[in-house]
Design a protein around this ligand. Structure first.
Ligand code: RP5
Length: 240
């Protein structure tokens, strides 16, 4: 027996009004339920969207291939053997004012050398090309000068087993402390011999290169001794 029928049957006319009341209540209730259903139908929709936006995969960073690092050709490193024993490499032409002291020192000792600008970050493939071919070209020592985030010496050292001497350039922002730390703090495995910041580093890198070359060249060893003696003589003769 359905609940509504039974009740109506038992309670007669008086009950009809109550049934009417009940009908009204039922309709009202149905209406409220409908409204509630509508509301709850909207809610999951909202949640669904939120869930979707969280669960949806991230848009790919970029599907397009990277543009080439540089479209313009860099001057190639000559693959032919070089008469130069030492290379003086610097990250920018602006380093020349400092690095010309390395050039002059090497010239004083009569060392064949080459000077050129190669940047680890502005011409990375040229840096790799130079480092990889240095030994084959007959170079014996590489001097690398750079300023700021000065990774040139480390990058060249990564491509060659020749001794690489780093010269930190005096930078505008941090006075060369940045260059010094970037050059000297090589993780174990790829050594860079780091000299002083600026001009003294440039001179000493050249003298260090001469010392290395002098190991197998007695005439250079002799020249180094003479250089030291002349320096000492100058100090001894100094009067104030
Ligand atoms: C380094 O950035 C160079 O070795 C140079 O010392 C420094 C500043 O270069 P520029 O902006 O003067 O070319 O790569």
């Amino acid at each position: 027996m359905r609940r509504g029928d039974g009740e109506t049957g038992r309670r007669g006319d008086g009950e009809t009004r109550r049934r009417g009341d009940w009908e009204t209540r039922r309709k009202g209730e149905a209406k409220r339920n409908m409204a509630k259903k509508d509301r709850s139908n909207n809610k999951p929709e909202k949640n669904k969207n939120r869930q979707l936006s969280t669960a949806s995969p991230r848009p790919p960073v970029s599907a397009s291939p990277r543009p080439p690092v540089s479209a313009s050709p860099s001057p190639p490193v000559s693959p032919s053997p070089s008469p130069a024993l030492v290379a003086v490499i610097m990250g920018s032409q602006s380093d020349w004012e400092t690095m010309r002291h390395a050039d002059e020192t090497l010239a004083k000792f009569g060392i064949d050398h080459e000077c050129r600008v190669i940047s680890a970050h502005r011409s990375p493939s040229l840096a790799a090309e130079f480092g990889s071919s240095a030994e084959g070209r007959g170079l014996e020592v590489v001097i690398a000068a750079a300023g700021g985030a000065a990774h040139l010496a480390g990058v060249l050292a990564a491509h060659t087993t020749l001794p690489v001497l780093g010269v930190p350039m005096r930078s505008e922002a941090l006075n060369g402390l940045d260059s010094l730390l970037a050059t000297v703090q090589m993780p174990g495995g790829i050594p860079v011999g780091t000299l002083a910041i600026g001009k003294p580093g440039a001179v000493n890198a050249a003298l260090f290169a001469v010392s290395i070359l002098a190991n197998s060249r007695p005439e250079l060893r002799k020249k180094l001794h003479e250089f030291r003696e002349a320096q000492e003589k100058k100090i001894r003769e100094t009067t104030l």
